[in-house]
Unconditional design. Structure first.
Length: 273
């Protein structure tokens, strides 16, 4: 097992996913992965690996340099935040005819991933489009250790906000996603959308697609922004949630079969006022 150094701390690299978040872990991917910027295919790889960095719950791809357009990369100075990518000290700008993207790519130190290149996804998307096989992927690579199952149900689901019942259905679709609370997707006719204000928010999910409809609650003492959403055109694997409405369990009260659910605390939890 090789060791990668992040500052003065030793960061081990392993070939399986441990429970510790202090390790850089990786495993081979059998998927054909491509990425483009403008008219340029920057990555075309059949030997990619998935890499989980310390403190990041989702993976990145790393590619053999031979499957990356290295002629478009120019070595740059050490990143302003050297701890950002698990000990990486070598960074590259992506240099195109009409633009330069700073610190777009980097290499990991150590023997295990020597000769592999990773590209930035978070904060800003360096490359325009990413594909696994012939399907475009969004936000970040899909984690092979995560599942997203959308199942029809006959449970009785009610949603309350500030004591007002805003949804009541016996035909929900329950969406089970690894490491996240169960989301209840509800038929529109069973949701009091007249009590909400549509917003222009759009979000993307690598497992569900693009949510282009959001609603805020503003009928009580507080405004709860973007508390509900819908996927008009979800990815094929979760087509069953098309046009259904879901709520953030973290911000509303959900009652399932008469049992009030505890509000979970997740990345999506709103800060207390």
């Amino acid at each position: 097992m090789a060791t990668m150094h992040e500052g003065s701390e030793a960061v081990p690299v392993v070939r399986r996913r441990p429970d510790s978040i202090d390790c850089v872990v990786w495993e081979p991917s059998e998927r054909w992965v491509r990425a483009t910027k403008g008219q340029n295919t920057v990555v075309d790889s059949r030997r990619a690996v998935l890499v989980w960095e310390p403190g990041r719950p989702v993976p990145l791809y790393a590619f053999p340099a031979a499957e990356v357009r290295m002629d478009l990369l120019r070595r740059t100075e050490r990143h302003a935040n050297p701890r950002r990518h698990a000990g990486a000290t070598v960074f590259y700008d992506l240099v195109l005819a009409d633009q330069t993207v700073r610190a777009a790519a980097w290499t990991y130190p150590g023997e295990e991933l020597a000769g592999y290149i990773s590209f930035e996804w978070f904060g800003h998307e360096v490359l325009d489009h990413w594909y696994e096989e012939d399907e475009e992927i969004l936000v970040h690579p899909r984690d092979p250790h995560s599942r997203v199952d959308a199942l029809p149900s006959t449970r009785h689901v009610q949603v309350e906000i500030e004591g007002t019942v805003v949804a009541d259905t016996r035909t929900p679709v329950l969406l089970f996603e690894t490491h996240l609370p169960v989301r209840c997707y509800l038929p529109r006719e069973d949701v009091r959308l007249d009590l909400f204000t549509p917003t222009s928010t759009r979000t993307r999910c690598p497992y569900k697609g693009v949510a282009t409809e959001y609603w805020s609650w503003a009928n009580g003492a507080d405004v709860v922004p973007d508390v509900a959403w819908s996927y008009p055109d979800p990815l094929p694997s979760v087509r069953i949630i098309k046009d259904l409405v879901a709520f953030y369990n973290e911000s509303v009260d959900i009652v399932i079969d008469g049992e009030r659910q505890q509000r979970p605390v997740t990345f999506f939890s709103k800060p207390s006022r």
